[in-house]
Design a protein around this ligand. Structure first.
Ligand code: TXA
Ligand code: MG
Length: 360
């Protein structure tokens, strides 16, 4: 199949731009499109066969459910059994925006979209192109991130092209996305509601609106053994898979900055002595401590939003450079810092090294 790539100027965003894409979607095809978080791979959420094509194109395990994207709050009606009061408050506060909520689904939503679950995840993206596309297609769009399963999520159309060219009908190129990491997911079917995946909308922002929420253990796990314990299963099925992974072996170093920098420098030298190409993920504040062609600053620690926006593109750049090993600094912080570390620890397959312990 030839994948059509269509550039759309977000400032102009004319109705004509979406006619062909809407047509493809109504006929059960696949169209990738930008959202404010990452690029999504869209299909008609109410058509099981269309949803099945998403799993095939991405190589995604079929028990990993899709998020349904809508353009109007009224689109929720046919998708969910009831709208809890707290969900209504969050919807009014954060939609359109990077917040996904989980509800009991109606019969209209096929199990092919929800990975066999009786619940459905829904969000309204805050992106003109995404909203126009949903309106033009006249169907809610099931859309996971538009990457091959296991690779870093796409923040630019070229990333989608790299992974899915020839496997999907169309890519709408609306330029780089704004946020760069996937939406926050909150399960509204439990009380108190539970955060299943951290994102731009933080726990604090949610609690300010609806009071206390719980956080799924898997979100804050630093050790893979913590996840498997006591038959503990992540509530968002997607969180159990190795994710966002670069091709190189990634190790994250935590501890005080001085120890982290010195451990990374030592490990870099020893790997290089073995003939390995070594990448380093550092920050504006620390970059002068490292040298070499594969040292990449991901942004300033004072601007977490820039770090989030650069994260996946940096991991993909390392793939292009062909590095064998990546050594990364960690980014703990409130708010976005937690979302950033959640992604990085998963990308590293939980290879997290405490530089303070090793330095004694
Ligand atoms: O920002 C985003 O959310 C992006 C853009 C494209 O909207 N989408 C995205 O989709 O990140 P995806 O498929 O990469 O991640 C969806 C996550 C998975 O971890 C999945 O397990 C979880 O949402 N999920 C979906 N439906 C669920 C449900 N009914 N119950 C629990 N978890 C669910
Ligand atoms: Mg994904």
């Amino acid at each position: 199949m030839d994948t059509i790539v269509k550039k759309i100027d977000i400032e102009q965003c004319k109705k004509e731009d979406f006619i062909q894409a809407g047509d493809i979607l109504r006929k059960g095809g696949l169209v990738a499109f930008p959202t404010e978080t990452v690029y999504g791979l869209g299909a008609d959420a109410l058509n099981s066969d269309a949803a099945a094509k998403i799993y095939e194109a991405k190589g995604r395990p079929s028990d990993n459910p899709l998020i349904v994207h809508i353009a109007e709050k009224s689109d929720l009606k046919g998708l969910i059994r009831e709208l809890p009061k707290k969900a209504e408050i969050l919807m009014d506060a954060f939609w359109p925006g990077p917040l996904t909520m989980i509800f009991q689904k109606t019969e209209q939503v096929p199990y092919g979209t929800t990975g066999g679950l009786d619940t459905v995840a829904v969000r309204m993206p805050n992106h003109r192109i995404a909203l126009e596309l949903i309106r033009e297609s006249q169907v809610p769009l099931a859309a996971p991130s538009a990457n091959t399963s296991g690779r870093p999520s796409p923040t630019m159309a070229k990333h989608v092209y790299e992974d899915l060219n020839g496997r999907i009908d169309m890519i709408l190129d609306g330029g780089a996305v704004g946020i760069g990491i996937e939406s926050t997911i909150v399960d509204m079917t439990v009380e108190p509601p539970m955060i299943l995946r951290p994102g731009y909308i933080t726990r604090e922002m949610i609690e300010q609106k609806i009071g206390p929420v719980q956080v799924d253990k898997v979100v804050v796990a630093k050790d893979i053994s913590q996840i498997g314990k006591d038959n503990y299963v992540p509530k968002a099925p997607g969180m159990k898979y190795k994710h966002y992974a670069p091709k190189a072996d990634l190790f994250m170093y935590e501890g005080c900055m001085e120890n982290v920098i010195s451990m990374i420098q030592k490990r870099k030298e020893s790997e290089e002595a073995k003939g390995k190409k070594v990448g380093v993920i550092c920050t504006e504040e620390s970059k002068r401590n490292y040298s070499g062609p594969y040292v990449v600053s991901i942004g300033s620690r004072l601007q977490e939003d820039t770090i989030a926006a650069n994260l996946y593109a940096v991991l993909r750049d390392f793939d292009e450079m062909g590095v064998d090993v990546i050594l990364g600094e960690t980014f703990y912080g409130d708010g976005l810092g937690q979302a950033i570390m959640n992604r990085l620890i998963k990308a590293a397959g939980y290879q997290l090294i405490n530089a303070d312990e090793i330095k004694e």
